[in-house]
Design a protein around this ligand. Structure first.
Ligand code: GDP
Ligand code: MN
Length: 376
């Protein structure tokens, strides 16, 4: 689960990590009010959306004076950044930046640990740095039984700073950020950029946190910050109906009984040159209501051009499945072509029942996939 920068900054502040003074606003009028409260000639106006790269998208602007503030606030509110519409902006005291650094804790699969990542090349081009000069990114594997002791925090800080005063300030920030990361079951805590100011201080001027969904039950206050996207809402809705559903953006809607078979179905679609719209495991039963619910879910996705149903009848008998499908499609009308691959126990009877139903019936996965791809 993601949270907004302003929410992450509040968490940072409670853990004693220095952040710039800022106020979240929902309108230009709010922003003007915030401006007078901040008592600073120059302010920074930042879009609050659940995606990175806001700066490059024009969602971060420096304003010198109230007139510019109004202009930027009006332009950023309502902006579309990677399909997120901006409904909140953060207005903050502008910081005089000398240099920008990158700092994050992230769960790393390779070392099966939390790692501390650091770079002197922080700021908006960090992805480029990671790609072209990976040696400029330092990694420290954190032993969970030791955490981040003073010596390690200082060793890390020396990768970024030479001045001992700055090293000490940064080391403390690294330790506090780790404490926050662990205490909240985060999977990412990122400061990009951590900055050295003209006044010689070190502070976080951006804050990003992602939390492990499976641990949210332990953190009701963080869980309350959840703002699911349309896609996530759909996935949660599917989950509440007993389906396991993941949107994948392609055009072939998939309905499969069993997670392994669903995975294999995605692979087959790719192999035949198509793109799955989703992963959907409807489980074992052939209950018509379940099929109808699953069809509604698939067809709520505008991209879906064909539906491919892949059923392996093991304990579930194919003739039962066929009965369920016929019942479902009697109640549920659609113009979208539906391909059904039905195999396993009583498959011949099952397929025979579906003849003349208007559904495309296939015996093998290859046959069904080829048909589905050609129909798109
Ligand atoms: P992101 O692009 O979504 O990561 O947004 P950031 O919050 O990191 O802002 C992007 C860039 O804006 C930073 O890398 C800074 O260069 C710049 N920036 C952000 N806040 C300030 C500020 O207070 N003063 C100045 N001068 N620049 C800022
Ligand atoms: Mn940033």
């Amino acid at each position: 689960m993601k949270i907004h920068e302003y929410q992450a900054k509040e968490l940072f502040a409670t853990y004693g990590i220095p952040v710039d003074r800022s106020i979240v606003c929902r309108s230009v009028e709010d922003a003007v009010k915030a401006y007078s409260q901040l008592d600073s000639q120059k302010v920074i106006v930042k879009a609050q959306v659940h995606t990175g790269g806001r700066g490059k998208a024009g969602g971060v602007k420096l304003a010198n004076g109230e007139v510019e503030l109004r202009k930027h606030a009006a332009a950023i509110l309502g902006m579309d950044i990677k399909r997120f519409i901006v409904d909140r902006i953060l207005v903050g005291q502008a910081i005089n930046i000398v240099k920008e650094y990158y700092v994050s804790y992230v769960v790393d699969r390779k070392s099966k640990s939390t790692i501390l990542m650091l770079s002197k090349e922080g700021g908006m081009d960090i992805e480029e740095v990671a790609r072209t000069s990976p040696e400029k990114i330092h990694r420290f594997v954190i032993d969970p039984s030791i955490g981040v002791p003073d010596y390690l925090a200082r060793e890390a800080a020396f990768k970024l700073f030479d001045d001992i005063k700055q090293v000490r300030q940064a080391a403390v920030i690294f330790q506090k950020l780790y404490k926050l990361f662990v205490a909240t079951d985060a999977s990412l805590a990122e400061i990009n950029p951590l900055v050295l100011t003209k006044e010689g201080d070190i502070m976080a001027i951006d804050a990003k946190m992602t939390f492990d969904d499976n641990a949210l039950f332990r953190h009701p206050k963080i869980a309350a910050l959840n703002e699911p996207t349309e896609e996530e809402k759909k996935e949660q809705n599917a989950k509440s109906k007993g389906f396991s559903y993941v949107n994948l953006g392609g055009e072939i809607g998939c309905m499969v009984n069993g997670a392994g078979l669903a995975m294999a179905t995605m692979d087959m679609i790719k192999l035949y040159g198509g793109n799955p719209a989703n992963f959907l495991d409807i489980g074992g039963s052939s209950n018509p209501t379940k099929v109808i619910e699953a069809m509604k879910l698939l067809l709520s996705d505008q991209n879906v051009k064909v539906v491919m149903i892949n059923i392996f009848g093991g304990i579930t008998r194919c003739d039962d499945v066929a009965k369920g499908l016929l019942e479902a499609f009697k109640q549920f009308k659609t113009d979208i072509p539906v391909v059904i691959r039905l195999t396993g126990t009583n498959e011949k009877e099952g397929r025979a029942m579906l003849q003349g139903s208007g559904l495309y019936v296939a015996e093998t996965m290859g046959e069904a996939t080829e048909k589905a791809v050609s129909l798109t």
